[in-house]
Design a protein around this ligand. Structure first.
Ligand SMILES: [Zn+2]
Length: 383
């Protein structure tokens, strides 16, 4: 089975560097999203645009996507020639399948497989797939690690947004709307999949775990890199990971500090004081983690947590400086060895570690091995 360890090795990444990137992202240390804010008040609304279909796929490809992608390269005519003459536009055989770009071998044109309905999301998808095709051609069909190849594709989407903003401003709002809405998948659900894989060595590889690093790296490269580094990445083949700003993004994690005070040493003589201290720490964690707890009545918030503390169904995780980083509450189900998590709250950069610390706590105090399924992750409130 292909696991997270294989995935890390394939990309030349370490677990701690990937975790640092996620922590830095959660803590808001990585610049994101792009400043694609329109100031043009005359721009038609998204619904106006959606009611009008785009021209055919071929026209959009040749007149919008090709010039948008080629503009990123010094030698535009070479990339234009490759995109116009060495890429095949194909339809999906089954509309249930996801769009993709296939390398058909050296000397043959890569094929873009997707359905075209003339919508804004189709145009963004076409730019994504065309960037895959260009990366295959410029890398001379050498296989690129998935995170690097998805970074190329996401750069393609950003190039389209940039091109449209200047040359076809009436399309910009609708495309930006799609791009923003897709972030909730690439930097939401897909981060969950990546965290699951990092925390559970037995979870098998899923392609989604490539998207978060690629999405963030694309934004960084698009914002700060020059055309030479974009060109090096697209032609980088197997070695393309060395052109991604993973280290830079991971280094932002060093700037994150835990703002909470040190948790007092428990005092067995004064359990009531201990309970108040725990309640205080939980309230501070709810405030710092932006969990929407303030809408609850103080009485029910306080009584609910107190009940968990008395039943020993609450756990506060501390960092190495003994400062709180997250807490969890659960109920013990009547089924043997089964705990149902009610709430998990963690500081933005600590979500990654809370689940693992909780599993260790449950294993040592209850002698129960926390079982893990991906479906269970859906029940968690903050992941
Ligand atoms: Zn892709």
């Amino acid at each position: 089975m292909f696991t997270c360890t294989d995935w890390l090795a394939l990309h030349g990444l370490s677990e701690s560097r990937v975790k640092d990137v996620i922590s830095a992202f959660y803590a808001g240390k990585i610049d994101y999203p792009l400043p694609f804010i329109s100031t043009d008040k005359e721009m038609p609304s998204v619904s106006d645009f959606i009611s009008k279909k785009l021209p055919s796929q071929e026209i959009c490809y040749k007149t919008i996507v090709v010039p948008a992608l080629a503009a990123a390269f010094d030698n535009e005519s070479k990339e234009q020639h490759l995109l116009c003459n060495h890429v095949e536009l194909l339809s999906l055989s089954n509309s249930e399948e996801a769009p993709c770009t296939v390398c058909q071998g050296s000397g043959r044109s890569p094929g873009i497989l997707m359905d075209w309905n003339g919508r804004a999301e189709d145009l963004l998808c076409l730019a994504h797939e065309a960037a895959h095709a260009l990366q295959i051609l410029l890398s001379e069909h050498e296989l690129m690690p998935p995170v690097a190849r998805e970074t190329c594709a996401f750069i393609g989407e950003l190039l389209l947004l940039d091109y449209v903003k200047v040359h076809l401003p009436h399309l910009h709002a609708a495309l930006l709307d799609v791009w923003n809405s897709e972030n909730s998948f690439y930097l939401g659900d897909c981060v969950d999949v990546l965290i699951d894989a990092l925390n559970h060595s037995g979870v098998s590889y899923h392609y989604y775990q490539n998207y978060p690093l690629a999405r963030l790296a694309a934004v960084q490269m698009f914002s700060y890199a020059n055309s030479q580094s974009v060109s090096r990445l697209f032609s980088g083949g197997q070695g393309a990971m060395s052109y991604l700003p993973i280290d830079e993004m991971a280094s932002f994690a060093a700037e994150i500090e835990n703002p909470l005070p040190v948790f007092p040493i428990p005092d067995n003589e004064q359990p009531v004081v201990d309970a108040y201290r725990s309640l205080g720490a939980m309230a501070l964690l709810d405030i710092e983690s932006w969990r929407n707890a303030s809408c609850q009545r103080i009485e029910s918030y306080y009584l609910g947590l107190l009940k968990n503390l008395q039943a020993r169904t609450a756990f506060i995780a501390l960092d190495s400086d003994m400062k709180p980083v997250g807490y969890t509450t659960w109920i013990e189900s009547s089924t043997e060895n089964n705990l149902l998590l009610i709430c998990q709250t963690a500081l933005p950069n600590q979500r990654l570690n809370l689940q693992r610390t909780l599993e260790q706590h449950i294993r040592t105090t209850k002698g129960v091995d926390a079982s893990y399924t991906r479906n269970a992750a859906k029940e968690m409130l903050v992941w």
